[in-house]
Design a protein around this ligand. Structure first.
Ligand code: RUB
Length: 409
């Protein structure tokens, strides 16, 4: 049987799923790379009598490059299900047992690229960034949103009041937080109806806004819940993709009865994205969310806000907005410890085609939610106009107070 090592051979993006891993090991890295390729394709810890040359040559993974602690492993497309678009089996191949291999001290999936034959199995977003902008009548400026805070505890009436004040203060978006779905203190139907009334009132006052109702629940109930929430007036739904699964996003996005955008939260991702030497980087997750049909996705604050993350998230911007895949774009959501004083820095890194989003950075404003919304909207306007925030704050007191309260970067 030949080796899994095919070093120096050209990477075959057309017929293989190509993965980049970062490997930490005391073994010679070639050995570690072979162990990964074997475990994730046709091998195991020892030779086996049942593996013949034909299986090995047709389905064996190939290590095509080793540079320092980074290896490139490509998997034949025949290693993957032929059923129409199935992320679970893809992840079992590219991000499965390898994380537990005793031979490795650490291994991190840094990136993955799929051939057209697999990309074509997925439909991507129904709306995408452009569809969300069209619905909000906001063609160019960054979207600006909030997360209702406290993340749990407000009743439907006060949730709707928060949303109305946020919209009246100029925000384009708001959302449930990741832990709010259908608790007794805020039943999802009552919340959805109350928020819908607030959004209708804002629209009658000339302000278009979306609020994402969190429908994260068990797989066999999530489409039904989303249909109900839509019938109660929701203009956007939210799914926690890691806790619900990529299949949940895909089921909602591909269901013709769901006619509102899907805001994708990524809570729990930190369990495997945070360690730079072990786990899965955000980039593969971002690519899978776009394939499955998320219309907006949290990608962090490009190293500026509260959630740790390097500027490698810039690659997540490309994965959301790039034209290298046959799908609509995904609205990148920059959130997590955001406040007006860091909006300029985020927009400088991310550009205008993003959704800037703040919870504490709105609800924590000394003037209350509406003033907080005005403050961050003013920060976004300043960044869009290219006016330094300190300058813009001279004529915009809510921004001035926010800069005084939280400072700036
Ligand atoms: C942010 C918030 C979100 C985080 C999640 O609230 O509630 O859950 O954005 O992090 P606040 P990420 O603005 O008060 O920090 O967006 O990185 O997934």
């Amino acid at each position: 049987m030949d080796s899994y090592l095919h070093l120096g051979e050209p990477v075959d993006q057309d017929n293989y799923v190509v993965c980049k891993y970062r490997v930490t090991t005391d073994l010679p890295i070639e050995k570690a790379a072979e162990a990964i390729a074997a475990e994730q394709s046709t091998g195991t810890w020892t030779g086996i009598s049942t593996l013949n040359t034909e299986i090995f040559n047709n389905l064996g993974a190939r290590v095509v490059d080793i540079s320092g602690d980074e290896i490139i492993v490509e998997f034949p497309t025949d290693d993957f299900s032929i059923e129409v678009g199935a992320v679970p089996q893809i992840l079992s191949v590219i991000a499965g047992n390898l994380f537990g291999l005793g031979a490795l001290k650490g291994v991190r999936l840094e990136d993955v690229t799929f051939p057209k034959s697999i990309l074509s199995q997925f439909k991507g977003p129904k709306f995408g960034a452009d569809g969300i902008r069209k619905a909000l009548d906001r063609p160019e400026k960054p979207l600006v949103g909030t997360i209702v805070k406290p993340k749990i505890g407000l009743d439907p009436k006060n949730t709707a009041k928060y949303v109305y004040e946020a919209g009246a203060g100029g925000l384009t978006n708001s959302k449930d937080d990741e832990t709010l779905v259908d608790q007794a203190f805020c039943p999802i139907e009552d919340r959805t109806v109350a928020v819908a009334e607030a959004l209708d009132r804002l629209e009658s006052e000339g302000h278009k806004m979306m609020h994402a109702i969190n429908v994260s629940t068990r797989g066999d109930k999530i489409v039904e819940l989303a249909e109900k929430v839509q019938s109660w007036g929701a203009r956007e739904i939210m799914v926690d993709v890691i806790t619900c699964g990529f299949g949940a996003v895909q089921a909602l996005a591909e269901d013709p009865s769901i006619k509102v955008p899907i805001h994708v939260h990524r809570t729990m991702h930190g369990a495997f994205t945070k360690d730079p030497l072990h786990g899965i980087a955000m980039l593969p997750l971002t690519k899978l969310v776009r394939m499955c049909g998320g219309d907006a996705l949290h990608i962090g604050t490009l190293g500026v806000g509260k959630m740790s993350g390097s500027t490698k998230e810039d690659s997540n911007l490309t994965a959301c907005l790039g034209n290298d895949v046959p799908y609509k774009t995904v609205m990148p959501v920059c959130s997590g410890g955001v406040y007006p004083g860091i909006v300029e820095a985020i927009v400088k890194k991310a550009g205008f085609n993003v959704q800037i989003q703040a919870g504490g950075g709105v609800a924590g404003h000394p003037g209350g939610v509406k003033a907080g919304a005005m403050g961050i909207s003013q920060a976004v306007d300043a960044a869009y106009l290219g006016i330094p925030k300190e300058e813009y704050a001279k004529d915009h007191k809510e921004l001035a107070i926010a800069l005084e309260t939280w400072g700036s970067k």
